[in-house]
Design a protein around this ligand. Structure first.
Ligand code: ASP
Length: 424
């Protein structure tokens, strides 16, 4: 019998998860059954992926840097990576702003709907914690994000998946210094990381065998715990605008792959699809990173020295889907609650702040929404309306998060392909 390919198995898991989730949400104790007996398998899987992220970054980045031999090559690659990341993010924001200004989804929202959303979500614990987190971010100085890149304790940084950039900074420093010392002295450490890298790649292979079941569990949980249909329908126009934008971003990536990399976009999408499906199911670029790296290196043929740098950095700072979403959500909220603030100047500010906000968003579920508050804040959005603004879009945040994370991961893979091509 022909072996079913991994992405098909994951898709089957995904569809079954949705169907079983829908069925279980109709039965009285379906929700608690799902949470107690199905959800844990998805959680274990996501934990396993997070577990190997840090050793994988360290192993593969050291290997990548030490294979480079020439440090100046690394500098040009670093600059190219950051420039292309900024470029794709600006494209995403411009697409988002154009769509939201063209379709004006906020204009169809009635005052009754606003009231209903406000009543339903304003007291929601998760919404409140997002507000507190945004408040904390706001209180930090403008250069804090640079300070945050340099860890004061590497063991502590390695113990927190949110400190991925710190681990990257330390590993790069270590890798570069390995090149600078005597080769004989550097060899044992290089061999150690080499071997670590191989073992982690094997671990990914084994963990991925479990992916279809995990995706089933994650999707069933999302469906069972999602909000009622009425609210979702009220926000359908807004959600559709975001979805159209995200689809256009995928088209843009396909264009880049075909024009600049001279490869078939279908081949690209087919090979990256397991990572996309995991991004969709976990809503976390960080959790998906090991799989993205494996797909890009082993299936898309990107050299390790490129992927080991471009992808971990991308997972933390390049979020095209998130920035597109932030631009649309900010303008949508303004259309509903603060139309007088909708001017050209504010839209220009949104371009800059959504760019910075997507860099600052952690690669975990729901992070984009926290940084959205910072975007709104920067254009002088009335502070008392901020919680209401969040309540307005809260109901559809999870499905949109799943989609924007898929775009974030695809964007990172596309840039890795572009850099790889340019390095040849
Ligand atoms: N969940 C997204 C990611 O991990 C970030 C966000 O937009 O919330 O890429």
């Amino acid at each position: 019998m022909k072996k079913i390919e991994l992405h098909w198995k994951i898709i089957i898991g995904l569809v079954l998860g949705v169907v079983i989730g829908l069925l279980l949400s109709q039965v009285p104790s379906g929700k608690s059954f799902t949470v107690n007996w199905i959800k844990p398998f998805g959680t274990i899987f996501v934990n396993l992926l997070k577990l190997i992220a840090i050793p994988l970054i360290m192993g593969s980045l050291i290997k990548g840097v030490s294979d480079l031999k020439d440090i100046s090559k690394f500098k040009t690659m670093g600059i190219k990576t950051v420039v292309i990341y900024i470029g794709t993010t600006v494209v995403a924001i411009v697409i988002g702003l154009s769509l939201v200004n063209f379709f004006k989804p906020g204009e169809g929202i009635s005052p009754e709907t606003v009231l209903k959303l406000k009543e339903t979500y304003l007291t929601n614990g998760s919404l409140q914690s997002k507000l507190t987190e945004a408040q904390f971010r706001r209180s930090q100085g403008p250069l804090q994000f640079i300070v945050d890149v340099v860890p004061s304790n590497i063991i502590q940084a390695m113990g927190d998946n949110k400190s991925m950039l710190q681990v990257i900074a330390f590993t790069l420093f270590l890798g570069v210094c390995l090149l600078l010392i005597d080769e004989k002295k550097a060899k044992p450490l290089k061999d150690f990381f080499d071997s670590l890298n191989e073992v982690i790649l094997k671990m990914i292979d084994i963990i991925m065998l479990f992916a279809p079941y995990a995706v089933f569990s994650l999707l069933a949980t999302v469906v069972v715990t999602s909000d009622d249909m009425d609210v979702l329908i009220a926000l359908l126009k807004y959600a559709s605008v975001v979805v159209i934008g995200l689809v256009l971003m995928i088209v843009f990536y396909c264009f880049c792959i075909s024009v600049f990399v001279k490869k078939s976009p279908f081949w690209f999408l087919k090979n990256i699809s397991p990572a996309q499906l995991l991004a969709f199911s976990t809503s976390s670029s960080a959790a998906t990173l090991p799989v993205t790296m494996e797909r890009v290196e082993e299936h898309l043929g990107v050299k390790k020295e490129v992927s080991s740098f471009v992808l971990p950095v991308g997972a933390t700072i390049n979020m095209d889907g998130t920035s597109l979403y932030q631009a649309i959500a900010a303008v949508f909220i303004m259309q509903v609650l603060w139309p007088e603030g909708l001017n050209f100047q504010n839209q220009l500010i949104i371009i800059v702040t959504a760019l910075l906000a997507s860099v600052g968003s952690a690669a975990v579920p729901g992070a984009g929404m926290v940084m959205l508050l910072i975007v709104l804040d920067s254009i002088g959005f009335p502070k008392d309306l901020l919680p209401i603004g969040l309540a307005l879009i809260f109901a559809v945040d999870r499905p949109l998060d799943m989609l924007r994370t898929t775009v974030n991961v695809t964007g990172d893979a596309t840039v890795a392909m572009l850099i790889n091509k340019s390095e040849k």
